[in-house]
Design a protein around this ligand. Structure first.
Ligand code: SF4
Length: 384
């Protein structure tokens, strides 16, 4: 038996990468709660974005620490996996962006490309998430991070970096910037969807707001006093406590912010509320799932005119009026040919009746129902 611990190598690789920097104000978390940023910086604990919390769930810092580190490392692996492919498209990897030189606010964009002709800078960040969260993207904190990078590229400094992340060449400031986010499903990177790619322009108002938050955070750190709870936050809503994919997620600092104000609610009530919200979320998920199944079902049965199947999620039904629509179409053409209906009139009815040929025919040919019955009789007798 070898004395080398392979798991040990993996663990230390993860720790080495995740804990190589001391706590500081980071563009990646500034879009979230500044009070949470304060606690995590001052106490040197895990800074989690709400998105990461959604994946990791709740728990004390020590309980979730390893899991968070693992997720962060997985994100890094995807970034490295994609690097040669982005480079082939002219992107630089890990440019250093000094957002605000006077306040030591900086970060590294995953990928950056400068288009000389349009003087436009493209800043792209890669994020990993659960496939189940594709509907909730893009995450506000991620957009805020890329907005800050765009601000830095436009008005601060942007540097190409060397192998160890050291700045080696200052790049020209672009005149315009476009931000991009690419989300990758952790469960399976090949699960693709249009919901995983987001492009957006530079938004100076949003950046100003984030920079104001940053100033408040710096001030609070200097004074050693946590910033107040943002006025629109409540104890049972995002980002303090929320439910996702059937799991409740609680901010690690929830007790400090809310415990005294909700202690009179009682543990039982709190449990019931959480349970109720969980069930509501499951119900909504089942509804979404049902819609997905329905779409797949209709695709699979595209050649079958009418099908009805009872599934655990409910009755899935596909009905078509193809035959009567086809007949109606033929009838409209016939009426036009015989001069009983002008093409303009037909079009007018067609538009007003929301593309329903049958409505056109009924309007101009009162004997339509009899004609239909006759047609159906002919089909049954095999005369069609
Ligand atoms: S509980 Fe809410 S207000 Fe308090 S730190 Fe967490 S997110 Fe911010």
């Amino acid at each position: 038996m070898s004395t080398i611990s392979l798991r040990g190598i993996l663990k230390s690789a993860i720790k080495d990468w995740v804990h190589r920097e001391s706590p500081r104000i980071r563009p990646s978390t500034l879009g979230g709660c500044i009070r949470k940023n304060y606690f995590s910086i001052v106490e040197n604990t895990i800074v989690e974005t709400e998105e990461l919390q959604m994946v990791v769930g709740s728990g004390s810092n020590s309980e979730v620490s390893d899991i968070v580190d693992g997720y962060l490392a997985t994100g890094k692996l995807f970034e490295l996996f994609l690097t040669p492919h982005f480079q082939r498209q002219g992107f630089l990897h890990q440019c250093l962006i000094i957002i605000d030189p006077s306040s030591n606010l900086y970060g590294h964009s995953d990928f950056y490309k400068y288009d000389e002709e349009s003087k436009t800078g493209y800043i792209v960040d890669i994020k990993t998430t659960s496939y189940h969260h594709f509907d909730f993207l893009p995450n506000e904190a991620h957009v805020a991070q890329v907005q800050l990078y765009m601000h830095g590229a436009l008005y601060g400094e942007i540097w190409r970096t060397g192998e160890n992340g050291e700045p080696v060449e200052r790049l020209p400031n672009p005149e315009k910037c476009v931000g991009g986010l690419l989300y990758i499903a952790r469960e399976n990177a090949a699960l693709t969807s249009e919901k995983q790619e987001h492009w957006f322009p530079y938004n100076p108002r949003l950046v100003e707001e984030i920079l104001q938050n940053k100033a408040k955070l710096s001030e609070a750190i200097a004074k050693g006093e946590p910033p107040p709870i943002p006025p629109h936050y409540t104890p049972y809503s995002f980002p303090c406590l929320f439910i996702t994919v059937g799991e409740s997620v609680i901010c690690p600092y929830w007790d400090r912010c809310w415990l005294s104000s909700v202690s009179d609610i009682g543990e039982e009530t709190l449990k019931n509320i959480t349970e109720m919200v969980k069930r509501f979320v499951r119900y909504k998920e089942a509804e979404r799932e049902w819609e997905e199944y329905r779409k797949v079902f209709i695709e699979c049965t595209s050649a079958t005119p009418q099908v009805r199947v009872t599934t655990p999620l409910g009755v899935v039904e596909k009905t078509t009026q193809v035959r009567s629509r086809e007949n109606a179409k033929r009838m409209v053409n016939l009426l036009i040919e015989e001069g009983k209906l002008s093409p303009e009139e037909a079009w007018d009815y067609y538009e007003r009746s929301k593309s329903n040929y049958e409505a056109v025919v009924v309007k101009v040919y009162p004997n339509w129902t009899a004609f239909q019955q006759e047609e159906e009789g002919r089909e049954e007798n095999g005369n069609e």
